[in-house]
Design a protein. Sequence first.
Length: 182
Amino acid sequence: MKTLLLLLALAADPDLDALVERFYLGAKVTLAENASCLETDQQDWQRAVKRCRDGTCLKRAQLARLAELQALQESVPGDLDLPDVPQLLWAIAPAAESKTPGTPLKVEGRLEYRAGYHLRGEGGKTFLLADDLSLRGSSADKLREIRNASRNARLMARGSASDDPSGPGFDPRNCVFLYVLP
């Protein structure tokens, strides 16, 4: 009986479960050619959710994922009480086919443009997200749109650190995720 109750507690709210799937698919459509980045990210999220031991943990994780993906949706149900978490604005797919694991890098700051998109962190240090040569498809237009819409917003980028000696930045061989902070 105790096992059955635990299984029932871990069963996802069917509405939230379906909504997470809808948001994920909607985000993939919005990201277009960059959607492959979201696939690995979703798998990482699913692995993290499997560590939940009760329904409360699962619901909290589902609501956080919905909040994270809401900026990439055409519409969001108005009756959701979503937590304040960083919202994914865009993902930049690797410039080359080969993805290599790297040192994780997370930077907060303001988005700037100078022959590419940079995030200016604390102390004025800038980190290259993507240069003009590596931008392709909808990323060039979307990053320009994000920069124009978020001039006063604090953003966060996460990805892998570049080993380029010319300066700090994100490795163009790996996905770079761009978020707006709450």
